[in-house]
Design a protein around this ligand. Structure first.
Ligand SMILES: [Zn+2]
Length: 299
């Protein structure tokens, strides 16, 4: 009993030393990256602005000297076939196992609506870029793949298969290739920039992964943002991976403005976002990666 306690203490000390070596997540830089993303204007899948955003992201990623791949596919939408592209940045590890961190970079599109999606589409794209910059500065035992999904938004209405085009395509591809077997976990972020951050305890997500992330957040003092106050099942880009057998979690805040009034409206603008929200999600993400790495290396 006593020696076990000492072992646990030693593990905790080693853990905190590793945490100190790991770079912190810069929330202000993630907010600034989101501002750059939003400056491209409305960015629906297959639009010119969306293509320009992708080219900018690729240029930013190439500067980090990571492996950047475009995953092109044709989405069959109710409005006909549309070319779409997922973007994947790979930070290799030695273990052969991988954690995927994902989010979407397209924006909601309806005629008559000038929707710039600061939080919805913007925050995930900017957060992932800043995460990639942070990952590029530290070595990993497990690989980390950062994925920008195309076509999360519906083109007519969120029914049948009119949504999550990019994640459904990639989950199917990874399943066919056998890639799913090397994915330890997938964590998707969506609308995580709200200055008043409150994430959903999401019920479609894999329970052990959700509870691991919630316990990491509580330990870091972010229990208020990662609470069980909003508990709900939400259709999002994690679902195709859960269905493909990958442990997957969605981090989403669907209480955006009074009664979620800013969601999918012209009110979804930069002034509603806060650097602290990006920082909280980023720190929880980096610490979760560390904990997952420790777990996987014990196997
Ligand atoms: Zn949306």
């Amino acid at each position: 009993m006593h020696s076990k306690k000492i072992l646990i203490l030693a593990a905790l000390l080693a853990g905190s030393a590793a945490a100190q070596q790991r770079p912190a997540f810069d929330g202000a830089a993630a907010l600034e990256a989101t501002r750059r993303v939003v400056a491209f204007g409305p960015r629906p899948a297959s639009s010119a602005a969306h293509r320009k955003l992708r080219q900018w992201l690729i240029a930013e990623l190439r500067a980090l000297q990571c492996d950047v791949a475009e995953d092109l596919f044709t989405a069959r939408t109710p409005l006909g076939p549309r070319p779409m592209t997922n973007l994947i940045a790979k930070f290799p590890g030695a273990s052969g196992r991988v954690v995927a961190i994902t989010g979407h970079y397209d924006t909601y599109d309806r005629s008559g609506l000038r929707f710039v999606g600061a939080n919805d589409g913007g925050s995930s794209a900017g957060f992932l870029l800043q995460l990639a910059r942070t990952l590029a500065r530290a070595p990993h035992r497990d690989g980390v793949w950062v994925v920008w999904f195309d076509g999360e938004e519906s083109v007519v209405s969120w029914q049948g298969e009119d949504h999550t085009y990019g994640s459904r395509h990639l989950a199917k591809k990874w399943k066919a290739e056998g890639t799913v077997d090397s994915i330890l976990a997938l964590i998707n972020v969506d609308m995580i920039g709200d200055a008043d951050l409150g994430l959903v305890y999401e019920l479609e997500s894999t329970a052990w992964l959700r509870d691991l992330v919630w316990s990491v957040a509580a330990r870091l003092g972010h229990g208020a943002q990662f609470s069980r106050k909003y508990s709900s099942a939400i259709g999002d880009d994690h679902v195709p991976f859960v269905e493909a057998g990958v442990p997957a979690l969605d981090l989403i805040d669907l209480d955006y403005g009074p009664g979620n009034a800013y969601w999918h409206t012209e009110q979804d603008t930069m002034d509603k976002l806060g650097a602290r929200s990006f920082e909280i999600v980023g720190q929880v993400m980096l610490e979760t990666l560390r904990v997952l790495e420790q777990r996987s290396n014990r196997r």
